[in-house]
Design a protein around this ligand. Sequence first.
Ligand code: EPU
Length: 338
Amino acid sequence: MNIETNASLKAYNTFGIDAKTQYLVHIDREDTLIDYLNEHGLQKDKTFVMGGGSNVLFTRDFAGVVLSVELKGIDIIDEDEDYVYVKASAGEEWDDLVRFAVERNLGGLENLSLIPGNVGAAPVQNIGAYGVEQKDHFFGLEAISIREQEKRKFSKQDCKFDYRNSIFKQEYARQYIITSVTYRLDKKPVLKTDYGAIQTELEAMKIKSPGVKDVAKAVSNIRKRKLPDPEKTGNAGSFFKNPVVSKETHDRLKEEYPGLVSFPIDEEHYKLAAGWMIEYCGWKGESVGHASVHQHQALVLINLGKAKGNEVVHLSRMIRMSIENEFGIKLEYEVIIL
Ligand code: EPU
């Protein structure tokens, strides 16, 4: 176990914020993680478990321990007539797992191409894009209990997945560290290309009967056009969640704002496209200090280079206020603010 003191977190968060942590602990083996927990436990507000740093915004130096989970390995662990079971360690990059599947023509994760972050973080916030969520192909995960320092297996039901949510953000927040996740991938892929942008992209690519690789390529093309590359421009993907509202609220807003983009979830609820609302309020491309609203996707806030976390938070508060004034809707953060 390698421990750094007074370490910069700049390379450990996709926003590229140059905050420091008192201790940065690199965990590359499960037994060292268990030993660490045995000795130190996790102190409330003093220990942060980092899963690729793609969903966190540091607003100050961290007076505690950042645990960087760097467990590696992607393996096929089982297969039957219809499925292949792929187990990936928590510290693998999510997109490396997607490519592992796509290269082998295994279906399920192709719509989730190019999402930044690590495998261990994917189930925590149930990542999703282009009509697919990781829960759709999730089989199980292993996690170590912080209190008992024991490994436990979780089934799909145990995880209580929901839109950008799971048990690990609710009842079990700060109680487990995920060490590996297993996905059940289709040998006979059933492609999901009903998300409008994918159809259009496949047509532009002149592909009539797409395969897993084509869909992955189409998604990558769309993402590259709309979303900033965190290697070049610091960001954490969508900064806000798309709000879910009642049918009644939706119908009222739709009457007042006919352009409002929304998706029915069930008979009584709609999801509203927050990006549309933010753009409507004139924020797209606007900056405050070194923080800015991405010019191609208003749901994404970016670091123009030297932004402090507080500048990004300041911008986000102004956006929230303006959405609340205009639409009467409170936007929730998707990003964890520390
Ligand atoms: N829109 C605008 N202006 C904008 C942004 C969006 O009018 O600036 C409109 C679009 O035209 C479209 C609708 O809003 O009609 C939805 O936009 P988009 O397809 O870009 O998706 P999103 O709802 O803004 C969600 C996820 C993304 C995911 C995309 C694609 C959340 C919070 N975000 O964004 O996930 O990539 O769908 O599936 O659910 C992330 O979570 O970090 C993330 C990037």
